[in-house]
Design a protein around this ligand. Sequence first.
Ligand code: PEP
Length: 261
Amino acid sequence: MPEARTPLISGNWKMNHNHFEAIQTIQKLAYALNPEDYDHVDVSVHPPFTDLRSVQTVLQADDVPISLGAQNVHQEKSGAFTGEISAPMLQKLDVSYVIVGHSERRELFGETDELVNAKALAVLAEQMTPIVCVGETLEERRAGRAEGKVASQVAGSLAGLAPDVVGGLVLAYEPIWAIGTGETASSEDAQQMCAHIRRLVGEQWGADAAAGVRIQYGGSVKPANAPELMAEPDIDGALVGGASLDPDDFARIVNFRLYQT
Ligand code: PEP
């Protein structure tokens, strides 16, 4: 029997909170969670770049077991790339997880699977863990192309990675039509796609990689729907946008087990 995968609950703050607000939010979140709440779950927060140092300072000063995350990264280590942030810079701030290929980056900034792959490699080269996002549009789902779209994103975004590396990754299945819309995939649909992703990983990288990779669900996760989603066998956590801005809501999502029937 493979060891159970520890769920990872990640809060993507997107372009919200200046560094003063970020300090308040992380302090409230740390206060809302008890030490035992971290026993069976990993937690990460992904503030904007300008807040990372402030949040890092709070987490370290109070010894809070929340991992620091980033929302994006440039694929090169350094150079003439005005406005960009590199993986070594994030690593120096004790960042553990970096989201790559979020649908907003793919849709609004034209990021391709090839670029997402380069970013994932850059993150791995600095001993951080990429959270690689995949997901279909509503049009693709209605046309019966959701599984094919996700399959090509998984293959393209993880191209060239070794099986043991893939086994340590985090993938996030985020149907684009469910992000920030209040629409959630049903837990059955989310489970079906996450199982599909795990199958794909097994076919391309082997059984150990499939057993180890953590697959988050993202798309309007709230305290009310988290317990049901997290009960699904192939859903290993959540990537949370809107609800992560409210420390009490996010703490309830982290504590989804308390609300499971
Ligand atoms: C996200 O930003 O990845 C996300 C899933 O957002 P929301 O929870 O607001 O739908």
